[in-house]
Design a protein around this ligand. Structure first.
Ligand code: LFR
Length: 495
């Protein structure tokens, strides 16, 4: 086709994709150009990103796009937060690229608090405490004496890294920088106090840039490998969650009294509100919510919830045993199973990176006085009900934080396709759920590229276009009372 396309490169936990987005008859249309695995690689017991393999796949996808479309208007990468690459002054990577599920951060929050007290870290960054945060990865690197750190000349988050490979220009994009726990969310500058007290080299942290900025064009070596001559790289909200929140199909932006919240539902569930500015106060610290950066300086006040990870990993366990079932069969069995036979808190530490998820759940059931699941249906259902119950708890916390009732829950991302989970969420939370778009992250990425090339004016315009382009599905609460007792029991399981 002859309409210009924007290419979103979205690196997720279940796969990486190159997706083309264009305006056709005043609607956004998506086409998947290339899909590839994005599995971590274990080298000597430590979990790394397969950056070389990914870069080869990305270039292959770009080449396919240049052959398929007559005009590629721009390119941009998004992926999960917190992970980073260090490079030296000769443009070489100085060490391996760790995956955040790598065990090196175990116990590192406590070690970090010995250097800077927890309250001070929160006051400086407004971020939730999670072991996977970049800060604890860097503290782990420092304490282990990793050689890659002192010889580094530049720090790049993963989206920035691939943008650098494409353009030759180093940058740090704001939304992903906000996940490090080293950035002050009020003025988007690096906390020089934290950097110096943790003995991290300030010179490697350059000033952040806003999503929508043009970083440069595809450099000649990459242009000849991909056929993309002179194509601009427009930096999207490189944090996948920030891109997904842009695609929430509402018709306002960072309202003063939010009546809606979102769940960006995938491997993680990120549940929160979009605010005009950060909410860094004691209540937020106590409830361990985070103030991550959104588009145009907005704040994503949210909590990480263990998401569909458990569900996905149950399938991996069953694969190993030769008894895995297709996703839709899993959901059907969950639907048919008796409710509330097994309650699984998705945020229990036992589920972060177990060797085998099934074993972990059986041990968890024993530890929490529940019987081990007697059928796959009970197992699957327990994972989904646990999520819905966790959403219910988080909704309560969110309402406390923003100080008003939230009427509507928007579920976006891959998990919004799971209608059973959407209905459970509506029932458990006793709120209307609006599901879609499924491809929220890619859509948000592309919307920012369209804004950066003046095809779209404002976020609200983008959101209205997204709503008409992709449609939504509504789930009304039908069975709310049935969840009250389960919620009572679940509260005791939450840590
Ligand atoms: C979701 C996500 C979350 C982040 C987690 C780890 O994909 O980006 O927002 O907390 O991954 O980076």
């Amino acid at each position: 086709s002859s309409t210009p396309v924007h290419l979103a490169i979205d690196l997720g936990a279940s796969s990486g994709r190159v997706i083309a987005g264009s305006l056709q008859n005043d609607l956004i249309e998506l086409a998947e150009v290339h899909r590839f695995a994005n599995d971590p690689v274990t080298i000597q017991r430590s979990m790394h990103w397969n950056v070389h393999g990914l870069w080869a796949e990305i270039q292959q996808g770009l080449r396919a796009a240049s052959q398929q479309f007559s005009e590629v208007a721009s390119v941009g990468v998004d992926t999960w937060g917190v992970d980073y690459v260090l490079v030296d002054d000769h443009d070489q990577m100085t060490g391996p690229v760790h995956h955040y599920r790598d065990a090196r951060t175990r116990g590192m929050m406590e070690r970090a608090w010995e250097i800077v007290p927890r309250q001070e870290i929160f006051a400086a960054t407004g971020l939730q405490f999670m072991e996977l945060n970049t800060l604890y990865q860097l503290v782990a690197a420092r304490l282990a004496g990793e050689r890659s750190l002192p010889i580094a000349d530049g720090f790049l988050m993963m989206g920035d890294f691939f943008h650098w490979l494409m353009t030759g220009t180093r940058s740090i994009e704001a939304t992903n920088a906000s996940t490090t726990q080293l950035l002050d969310p009020r003025n988007q500058t690096w906390s020089s106090d934290l950097l110096s007290r943790f003995d991290l080299p300030a010179k490697i942290f350059q000033d952040v840039i806003e999503p929508g900025s043009q970083l440069g064009v595809i450099q000649p070596s990459v242009a000849s490998a991909t056929g993309l001559d002179d194509v601009p790289v427009i930096v999207p909200a490189t944090h996948d969650t920030a891109s997904a929140v842009i695609a929430v199909p509402v018709n306002d932006f960072a309202p003063e009294h939010p009546s809606w919240c979102y769940i960006s539902s995938g491997t993680w569930s990120l549940m929160g509100c979009e605010l005009a500015k950060p909410l860094v106060n004691d209540k937020c610290a106590e409830l361990n919510f985070t103030n991550e950066g959104g588009i145009q300086g907005s704040t994503r006040l949210l909590k990480n919830i263990g998401g569909l990870w458990i569900f996905q990993q149950i399938r991996k366990s069953l694969e190993r045993r030769g008894t895995a079932e297709p996703w839709d069969v899993m959901v059907d069995r969950a639907l048919a199973a008796k409710p509330f036979e097994l309650l699984v808190d998705p945020d229990d530490a036992a589920f972060v990176a177990p060797d085998d998820m099934l074993d972990a759940i059986v041990r968890y059931a024993g530890r929490t006085g529940q019987s081990a699941p007697q059928s796959n249906g009970v197992l699957y259902r327990g994972a989904l009900e646990g999520l819905a119950l966790r959403y219910r708890s988080c909704l309560g916390m969110l309402e406390t934080l923003v100080g008003n009732r939230i009427d509507v829950i928007h579920i976006v991302g891959g998990g919004s396709q799971n209608e059973l989970l959407c209905q459970m969420t509506a029932d458990a939370c006793n709120r209307v759920v609006i599901a879609g778009p499924v491809e929220a992250t890619a859509v948000g990425n592309i919307a920012v590229q369209m804004m950066g090339t003046q095809k779209l004016g404002s976020i609200v315009e983008a959101r209205n276009l997204i709503r008409t382009s992709f449609g939504t599905k509504q789930f009304d609460p039908t069975n709310a009372a049935a969840w009250d007792d389960a919620a009572e029991v679940f509260r005791k399981l939450e840590q």
